[in-house]
Design a binder for this molecule. Sequence first.
Ligand code: 2P0
Length: 324
Amino acid sequence: MQASAQAQPNIALVKYWGKQDLRHNLPATGSISITLDAPRTHTRVNFSASQERDQFLLNGKPEPAMLNRVSACLDNLRALADCPLRARVESDNDFPTGAGLASSASGFAALVVAGASALGLNLDTQQLADLARRASGSAARSLLGGFVELLLPAADGPSTPVRSLRAAHEWPLAVAIAITSSRTKSVGSTEGMERSRLTSPYYPAWVSSAEDDLAYARQAISDRDFLSLARVSEFSCLKMHALAMSSEPGLLYFNGATVECLHRIRTLRTQGVPVFFTVDAGPQVKAVCLPEALEQVGQALADVPGVQKIIRCGLGAGARLDKE
Ligand code: 2P0
């Protein structure tokens, strides 16, 4: 009863920040993301009668802080399979965890795919997305590749439908990720977005304006209109951070190098380079560009003081089982 799977992080262009239902982890808005082709999470799940309790190892070391969330996700899988066995979960990330690089997205996407297979469950994408979303909202999007939308639940449909807007090869954008710190973020996304919901005076406007951003981004992706996608992505990103900053106490995920990178990217765009930025709940900057601009964008960000490393990647596939 074992299986292994791999998944990559996704980066939201129209962001999710806030839940309509904390208990069921239901997002308050839809979101649109791109799934990357790297970096990668590999996860092995082994259910066995000799396992007295669930165990979770991240990069070879026990990770007690994440065990409850992993166990809760396994409980949902066990309930579907009517199986009481405990599991050993080994997950390896080839990138910094918990620093705004969507490690929970790739981690839980890989976990549900491997866990469902290990239990012999034959689940479709929507069922897997539901399980992933309950563990981590953004994880449902890493089940699919390319451009992905996580929609709001319909009264009679799956609780969080996920759909592909375009395959990666149909519009192969590139991404340069500027690592400006490898420290774990001080306030995680779950706590941060709940704080924003409860305290930011801007929260109702954030929720009510989301549908316009989603519609604009869908159209830009359908038209492969880079500048329109740049416009709505930077708007959604800065709005999310304005929301975070306007919470009480305020959440400031940027460091100095983050801000310098944003200016550098906007300067490049005014010079005609097809690139835009987005930033998640951490200080790393994701510069999304056309592939022919990747070298120039990567070099420009590497030259910003405080940038420690550049990760270059393209768009990739959704979570999948490893071939035996
Ligand atoms: C996103 N983020 O749309 C947004 C933008 C971070 C900033 O989804 O509470 O780890 O586990 O559902 O999925 C990160 O939040 O949060 C996230 P939970 P998750 O990508």
